[in-house]
Ligand binder design. Structure first.
Ligand SMILES: NC(=O)c1ccc[n+]([C@@H]2O[C@H](COP(=O)([O-])OP(=O)(O)OC[C@H]3O[C@@H](n4cnc5c(N)ncnc54)[C@H](O)[C@@H]3O)[C@@H](O)[C@H]2O)c1
Length: 452
């Protein structure tokens, strides 16, 4: 294998240039550089949503030079204590705990916000932040619908804000080398791409409504989503509800869909989508299906995505793959991507895995091992807040990836029908029912305005 090892320096050289090119921000953002009120040196942040992912961002970003978290915001007092304690120790100053994100938006000291709430809050919080003149790091999946994603782009442009999405693979050098490799033609013509997201799971059971726990503002947690009584199932495991997330597809497959798009040179929207599936494994009554099988037609190649919670023998990449030198066992890797060219096949893995190119007999032609990419993605955001350059996972680049989730879920929800999509208008051309799902209904006080 070593004799066929990719000349890493050559590819890192290329990827370094690509990263520089990405960071150069040719166009709209660069023109804002002179006028935008960016942070010159110190970057003051507010963390919005203080759960598991927020803890990783607080820990990572607070160690970057000149970065300080002034606020930790959560609508549930049970959350955020550990983050505040860690930040107090790292920064030498404890951030203020708040429960209303608007406090941070109204503070002129705050340069940027990190949004790590459940997904039904992502778009509205991003639009509000942009309107308040704050830059934004928003977790994946950035939007709940095609329309929301478009409004996030419009808000970023109108207010000249940096909006980085938590698709951290885009900052991994291995993603750039994969893209260079494919662009070089060494795989041949790309004819098929298979995205896997085959996770384990358990039977989902509904639980009865109950009184909300002390310290939780349930109305604020629901935010733009429909008003419902407090339910511990919704609150603690919001993933299987259409109102709060696009299921397993939005949760984990979105990373692979985005990485695949990046490796392919960021194609726009597909021409059509078909999603079938169902609650095949556990026959539970959960809204978002246990298993989904999707076909995207890009015209000159096809991409499929198989996603679900039913295959416990498959494994996400373990620590020794994400942070070490080990390669995964590809056939049982739950979150792999297979890119089929006419000459060779590329296995590509997210979150620090890397890629290997194989030909007949399993011979490995080339490879590039990765490392978990937060260590590049978080600094990339802070650098861009300072420089006003375009971040690696800028919202307009991330939007078509997020839409792959929305298009598939829409196809499933309108009866597992093939839907044709017009990339220019971002509307379906053969289903009124599907178009009705392009934009969620919001509660009055939590509406994203038509004109942001
Ligand atoms: N990029 C990645 O690798 C990665 C990994 C994990 C999670 N995520 C994403 O991060 C986000 C958060 O996931 P998590 O696992 O940390 O969820 P979580 O449920 O642990 O935390 C979310 C927190 O947001 C709070 N919240 C809800 N509404 C709020 C509001 N209006 N204002 C302030 N706080 C509010 C909740 O009380 C909760 O504490 C999700 O979008 C998820 O998809 C990304």
């Amino acid at each position: 294998m070593n004799s066929h090892r990719l000349n890493r320096r050559r590819f890192l050289g290329t990827s370094g240039r690509m990263t520089a090119a990405l960071a150069t921000g040719t166009g709209w953002l660069a023109s804002w550089a002179a006028q935008a009120q960016g942070a010159n040196n110190k970057v003051v942040l507010a963390l919005i949503g203080a759960g598991g992912r927020a803890a990783a961002h607080a820990s990572g970003m607070s160690k970057l030079p000149g970065v300080e978290f002034k606020y930790v915001c959560d609508v549930w007092t049970e959350r955020g204590g550990g983050i505040v304690n860690e930040l107090a120790a790292t920064q030498g100053r404890a951030p203020r705990r708040i429960s209303n994100m608007r406090v941070a938006f109204e503070d002129p000291d705050v340069n940027a916000v990190v949004i790590a709430t459940p997904e039904h809050w992502h778009a509205l919080a991003t639009v509000w932040a942009c309107q308040a003149g704050k830059d934004v790091y928003v977790e994946k999946n950035p939007s709940m619908s095609v329309w929301e994603g478009r409004k996030m782009i419009e808000a970023a442009r109108k207010y000249g804000r940096i909006v980085q999405v938590g698709f951290q693979n885009r900052s991994g050098p291995y993603a750039a080398t994969a893209r260079d490799y494919i662009a070089s033609g060494k795989l041949g013509r790309i004819v098929h791409v298979k995205v896997y997201n085959l996770l384990d799971g358990a039977r989902w059971e509904p639980v009865p409504d109950a009184p909300a726990p002390a310290g939780l503002d349930w109305d604020a947690w629901l935010g733009p989503a429909p008003e419902v009584p407090y339910n511990p199932g919704r609150h603690r495991d919001w993933h299987p509800y259409w109102a709060y997330k696009g299921g397993t597809l939005a949760d984990d497959a979105s990373h692979q869909l985005d990485l695949a798009r990046m490796a392919l040179g960021d194609p726009g929207h597909p021409k059509s989508v078909l999603c079938v599936g169902g609650n095949h494994a556990f026959q539970s009554q959960r809204e978002v299906p246990e298993f989904q099988c999707i076909t995207y037609d890009y015209g000159d190649f096809t991409m499929t995505c198989e996603s679900g919670n039913a295959t416990g023998y498959m494994r996400k990449f373990p620590g020794e793959v994400r942070y070490g030198d080990k390669w995964p066992h590809w056939p049982t890797s739950a979150t792999r991507i297979e890119i089929y060219g006419t000459k060779a096949l590329m296995y590509l893995g997210r979150h620090g895995c890397g890629w290997q190119v194989v030909v007949e007999g399993g011979k490995i032609l080339d490879q590039d091992k990765g490392y978990f990419p937060d260590k590049w993605h978080q600094p990339n955001f802070i650098d861009c807040v300072r420089s006003r350059k375009e971040p690696n996972a800028e919202i307009a680049k991330a939007h078509p990836s997020a839409c792959l989730v929305h298009l598939a879920n829409t196809s499933y929800r309108v009866g597992k029908r093939q839907l044709d999509f017009d990339a220019t208008t971002e509307r379906f051309t053969n289903s009124g029912d599907a178009n009705a799902l392009l934009r969620p209904a919001y509660r009055k006080q939590y509406r994203i305005p038509e004109v942001v």
